[in-house]
Design a protein around this ligand. Structure first.
Ligand code: RP5
Length: 202
């Protein structure tokens, strides 16, 4: 895609379909076309969902759209947004806390796209309510539900990358690099283990 075409796509995306985010930056600074929609019920979910956005853009080079969609406050705009996503979006990550109906509603609206749910650890039930709301979907409208909280947000991005990697060898390479980095962490922990053990005495 030429720079001019990308500029047109970016202008169309900002506002109408959410905010484009890529490794290069946010909105006007972003580059590429979005492959994933990262959506959430409120901007209070944003600190959690930045774990997903940053994993997508920095670990896997995947541009995404970020958009607030509240099924409890403005259901009609959710339907309009989700039915009108750009063709380039192939996976949806949806986060909500409490009675978390957003991912399930999206799974019904979009028969053609996989939906990954991230339950937010929030309120009296600390995310158990959101987890059960997402995971207990009736037959026919599946939501791939991740762990509650930060691990779930990061895993949602990895899961989305794995889905996109089926048709994109570049993402496959980056998934392998990410796995190697995780292995390196165990190696380095073993290198410093003797000294750590000594701090426990003996
Ligand atoms: C949910 O209600 C949102 O996804 C959020 O997790 C929760 C609280 O929203 P705010 O009251 O902080 O806007 O729909």
């Amino acid at each position: 895609m030429s720079e001019d075409d990308e500029q047109v796509v970016r202008q169309t995306l900002i506002g109408e379909h959410g905010v484009l985010v890529s490794a290069e930056g946010i909105a006007e600074e972003a580059r590429g076309v979005p492959r994933v929609l990262v959506t959430m019920g409120s901007d209070s979910d944003l600190p959690l969902m930045m774990k997903a956005v940053n994993t997508l853009r920095y670990e896997f080079g995947i541009a995404c759209l970020v958009q607030i969609n509240s099924v409890h406050r403005d259901l009609r705009s959710v339907v309009a947004h989700i039915e009108d996503l750009p063709e380039s979006v192939q996976v949806i990550i949806a986060c909500a806390g409490g009675a978390a109906h957003l991912p399930g509603n999206i799974a019904d609206l979009r028969a053609d796209l996989p939906v990954i749910g991230v339950p937010r650890d929030l309120g009296a039930l600390k995310g158990i309510d959101a987890l059960l709301s997402m995971v207990q979907m009736p037959e026919g409208a599946p939501v791939a539900v991740m762990a509650i909280g930060e691990a779930g947000a990061v895993n949602a991005a990895i899961h989305a990358a794995k889905e996109l990697a089926i048709g994109d060898p570049t993402i496959k390479i980056r998934l392998h690099a990410y796995a190697e980095k995780r292995k390196g962490r165990v190696e380095s922990q073993n290198r410093t283990l003797a000294n750590k053990l000594k701090t426990y005495g003996g």
